[in-house]
Write a protein that binds this ligand. Structure first.
Ligand code: G3H
Ligand code: ZN
Length: 288
């Protein structure tokens, strides 16, 4: 089918009451496994490369890898650059064929966030690429972006309308109490805030920090207007566990690397299938 844009995969999600899963990957095995999980559920899927994943794999290699995977399946696959702060890197990713980019200027003041985001939107539009931006600050650690608990700030509904209208973004990441990485205590989500934000804009809303969010909270978020849900840390842990198990299960004489990293595909696919069921997007591939 080839790559789809974020705008395409998120169209109609809120009206139909489901969210599309967005999963971070760091190499071939997890990227392939994520897409295989989505294929098994006939669901659209967003595969996300963080800035450090792109630096590890290589920008063009990342684009080529996911483009190849997307062309080999019959579901919409969106390739998204996650939490990018460097506009030059974003432009390179757009030119390399990413179909979605996130400009994360959430650490900057409101006016700067608007200005930088709008500049990225203007550039991405030329290439037909979608843009996600963030208002408020999601706490925790996402690769090289660390937001201490005290600095995390929830999205102020009063900031939303102008931000969405002036920037022209395709998706808005909101801070409503989730954090990046493993939770130290149960997350306390501000559903009332989410409801208020959703009432103010029809722009698709994004929930970051999906690892460790209880199933019922996910479902409530989707009901109240979340269209894209990001899961990263859980897949990293799944990747590592699968390799550890495979190493432990094989004799020392085994030297085929595929015996060690191959199981990552199935393990990641299983996680993705579970999330797709929770997010309600199984069987929605046809919509895009
Ligand atoms: O942008 C990526 C996500 O927000 C991942 O969050 O690692 O806590 O699942 P997570
Ligand atoms: Zn995030």
């Amino acid at each position: 089918m080839g790559l789809a844009t974020l705008k395409e995969v998120l169209a109609g999600t809120r009206a139909m009451g489901y969210a599309v899963g967005a999963f971070n990957f760091n190499g071939y095995e997890d990227a392939q496994g994520i897409v295989e999980g989505a294929v098994a559920k006939n669901a659209p899927v967003i595969v996300m490369a963080s800035v450090s994943a792109v630096k590890y794999i290589g920008l063009r290699q990342t684009a080529g890898l996911v483009k190849g995977i997307a062309e080999s399946v019959n579901i919409p696959v969106c390739l998204h650059l996650d939490h990018a702060t460097d506009v030059a890197l974003i432009k390179e990713a757009v030119k390399a064929g990413f179909t979605s980019v996130m400009i994360d200027a959430s650490a900057k003041d409101y006016e700067t966030n608007i200005r930088e985001t709008k500049a990225v939107v203007d550039f991405a539009r030329i290439y037909g690429c979608s843009v996600e931006a963030e208002l408020g600050k999601v706490g925790g650690k996402e690769e090289n972006i660390v937001v201490a608990d005290a600095s995390a700030t929830f999205t102020d509904p009063a900031d939303v309308t102008r931000f969405v209208e002036e920037t022209g973004i395709d998706a808005l990441a909101v801070a409503i109490g989730t954090v990046h990485g493993f939770y130290k205590a149960d997350p306390k989500l501000d559903f009332e805030r989410l409801e208020k934000i959703a009432a103010l804009t029809s722009c698709p809303l994004v929930l970051h920090g999906g690892t460790g969010v209880p199933v019922e909270d996910f479902k409530r978020c989707v009901k109240k207007g979340i269209s894209k849900i990001n899961v990263g840390t859980e897949l990293k842990a799944t990747f590592s566990d699968a390799v550890r198990k495979a190493v432990a299960a094989n004799p020392e004489s085994e030297f085929d690397p595929r015996k060690y990293v191959g199981p990552v595909k199935q393990a990641c696919a299983e996680v993705v299938k579970g999330k797709i069921d929770i997010f309600g997007c199984a069987g929605k591939a046809w919509r895009v």
